[in-house]
Design a protein around this ligand. Sequence first.
Ligand SMILES: Nc1nc2c(ncn2[C@@H]2O[C@H](COP(=O)(O)OP(=O)(O)O)[C@@H](O)[C@H]2O)c(=O)[nH]1
Ligand SMILES: [Mg+2]
Length: 380
Amino acid sequence: METLTLVLVVAAAAVVLGVVAATALLGPRRRRRGAAAPTEARLAGDRRTGSLASPEVEAPDRLAPPEAPGLERPEPSAGRLVRLRSRLGRSQSTLGRGLLGLLSRERLDDATWEEIEEVLLTADVGVAPTQELVERLRTRVKALGTRTPEDVATMLREELLGLVGTDVDRSLHTTHPDRPAVVLVVGVNGTGKTTTVGKLARVLVADGRTVLLGAADTFRAAAADQLQTWGERVGAPTVRGPEGGDPASVAFDAVRQGADGGYDTVLLDTAGRLQNKVGLMDELGKVKRVVEKHGPVDEVLLVLDATTGQNGLAQARVFAEVVDVTGIVLTKLDGTAKGGIVVAVQRELGVPVKLVGLGEGPDDLAPFDPAAFVDALIAP
Ligand SMILES: Nc1nc2c(ncn2[C@@H]2O[C@H](COP(=O)(O)OP(=O)(O)O)[C@@H](O)[C@H]2O)c(=O)[nH]1
Ligand SMILES: [Mg+2]
């Protein structure tokens, strides 16, 4: 009897050991593919020696936990807009509190309504949305009769929310079950594309994703260096090509290496095309077409500098004609009073704002949340 028990115990232990060993062998399989040798476009680090040839670049040790030596631990992305709401300072004081103050006046005469309109136009809300909003506010004010400060705040909050839109899908499509999701980032030079790709890589890493960057801005080596620096901070390798090389081929290789390496997401940074340079715009179309040989591009994010107003909107329109933009990233909302551009750009392009840039810091990129945004604008 005792012998039988002993045999059973030994057998059970053997099974447990077997399972543990199998898990250990199978578990990292997907990760190991990450070490596959890069092909034509080189993984960043190949072109130099020294610190860039460190293991996390050459054989991307991308699943190392963020606390691994030298890697930063980015802030979680949830609730960032609330945390960063003071960055909206100038939009808060003019657009939000400015409107609240005007609407709280005892008598709302024509001159006051004109002032309200002026505030909205100055904040870049756009002509048509401004007129709609003023019309709705006038009707509601009439219906309200006497107004308490709470009434005014509630009314303004509801109307601004309606204008910004609460019923659109603002989620970023950054994963797939069977292949890396591909995110193409486009926009005029200086709007903040590379910075946004860097910040977005951090957001994804914070959410536990593995990220590969593609430096499809091949016009200046400095652009690829800038991207690579962002990636290195969080362990996201960069695929780059020769300076002046074909951006489409770098993008193509990045996506292929992303698939070979089992990455969750490939983020492609591009050069700042000028909308009046037909050839350059064609090239952007080509980048997208070439990447699509691997499969659909999941997100095309158009980066727009919130401080550029109508000029920026005109540029955005041209980009939207060349590639199907799926989301807007509105950068530099910190330090501008023109927060109303959120409304204008969505109207103009029929595409939702998905992310907002609220500073130059590495974690100053927030998922756009209409309620948090409007609340921040009218917060006392
Ligand atoms: N204040 C502020 N500056 C930003 C923001 N996003 C980007 N920038 C700055 O804008 C400048 C241009 O950014 P960059 O990413 O190189 O633009 P790109 O040419 O489109 O790639 C840099 O100095 C960034 O730090 C933002 O949200 N707020
Ligand atoms: Mg750039």
